[in-house]
Design a protein around this ligand. Structure first.
Ligand code: AMP
Length: 360
């Protein structure tokens, strides 16, 4: 199997591949990347046509751990091998406006928004949609990068100075009570399974920790219906994640990721089959595995600096993941998962573990 991009997501896919007997080959810029440390890697640019062709020729199926690769460079691979998830899903997820168009077409609620390509359009979007609002780049934004929260009209020029240009979107700020995400898997034959909902805590646009299963039958049912609509529309194959805001008890879709997701890392220890294994099963035409949770889980990201491994490992029921990356401010370096029989115990241990983790 070929994987474009050898970050931590690719690494965890390759590790899941070991037990299934699915061998992975990466394409990545760096021989030291998290994935390259665990599987063979072609070294070079992710959009290098010759290397992509080699990856495709050596793989029964090609997938990606980085969703910003351009669809046009993947297209030629489709005549050589299977590219999964489908390119259409990748392309929609690369543009926040296209994503919102798709959600709206499927009657999935989204925040009020407007495309912004110049300062005048920002002024009129802020007037029409109101404040506070979030100005975002439509493409290549992740982990809160390329975003400006506009709270007062007097800061509008500052917002423009910060990220102004073409290809922006202005969204109404959502006064959410929670953020949740749903990870789902669809096989080529259209069989769909869902993981339990995760409740996610972000700060400065970066996921800090997730708690799952987040039990809310009605929200979960609605989220499942929305994901099914998206997956069927895109003839999706593999893992798809959608992040939602919960506003006044209802779901508002924020964005989708055509891949395994940070808020699903807890499934490695927390479910019978992890999101990584199920992505491989789906794209390799193997039967999908059970998504049944094995307890009450919490996942905490290690950002910028690795925590004290010994002290964390002393916590009963904690699993530790180091992605093998060089520390850098805000960089996702690893995570830990706590699994407990009851929510109260999980919450207690989560609070203890959070005291040992400093985000840098
Ligand atoms: P995103 O890159 O769109 O996932 O944004 C990262 C995080 O910023 C989200 O998880 C939210 O915590 C916050 N955020 C993004 N858009 C909005 C919005 N329209 N209203 C409120 N918070 C937002």
């Amino acid at each position: 199997m070929g994987i474009v991009g050898a970050g931590q997501l690719g690494r965890m896919l390759a590790l899941a591949g070991y037990s299934l007997g699915v061998r992975c080959l990466f394409l990545d810029r760096s021989a030291q990347s998290p994935g390259a440390q665990v599987a063979s890697t072609l070294i070079g640019d992710l959009e290098d046509a010759a290397l992509l062709a080699e990856l495709a020729a050596r793989s029964d199926v090609v997938t990606f751990d980085w969703e910003n690769i351009s669809g046009s460079v993947l297209q030629p691979l489709e005549s050589v091998t299977k590219v999964r998830p489908p390119r259409a899903a990748l392309e929609v997820s690369q543009d926040r406006l296209a994503e919102k168009k798709l959600f709206t077409k499927l009657k999935i609620p989204v925040a009020a928004h407007a495309a912004v390509d110049n300062f005048k359009e920002l002024v009129s979007a802020a007037r029409k949609i109101g404040l506070p609002g979030v100005l975002k780049t439509r493409r290549l934004g992740y982990d809160g990068k390329g975003q400006f929260v506009l709270r007062e009209i007097s800061h509008i020029e500052e917002a423009w100075q910060a990220i102004g240009g073409t290809g922006l979107i202005y969204e109404k700020f959502q006064a959410f009570s929670r953020e949740v995400s749903l990870v789902s898997v669809r096989s080529a034959a259209g069989h769909v399974v869902f993981y339990p909902l995760s409740a996610n805590t972000h700060s400065e646009g970066i996921l800090r920790y997730s708690v799952a299963p987040f039990t809310n039958v009605s929200l979960e049912r609605t989220a499942q219906r929305y994901l099914k609509l998206i997956m069927n529309e895109l003839k999706y194959i593999g893992v798809l994640t959608v992040e939602f805001f919960v506003v006044d008890g209802k779901l508002v879709a924020n964005e989708m990721a055509p891949r395994v997701h940070n808020s699903g890392h807890w499934t490695i220890e927390g479910c019978i089959t992890s999101q990584f294994e199920n992505h491989l099963r789906a794209i390799c035409d193997l039967p999908l595995g059970s998504t049944r949770p094995l307890g009450h889980a919490a996942m905490i990201n290690f950002l910028g600096k690795m925590p004290d491994r010994e002290r964390l490992l002393a916590i009963e029921g904690l699993a530790f993941h180091d992605y093998g990356k060089e520390p850098r401010p805000g960089r996702k370096l690893g995570h830990c998962t706590i699994l407990k029989a009851r929510p109260r115990e999980r919450n207690q241990v989560l609070a203890d573990a959070l005291k040992l983790i400093k985000w840098a």
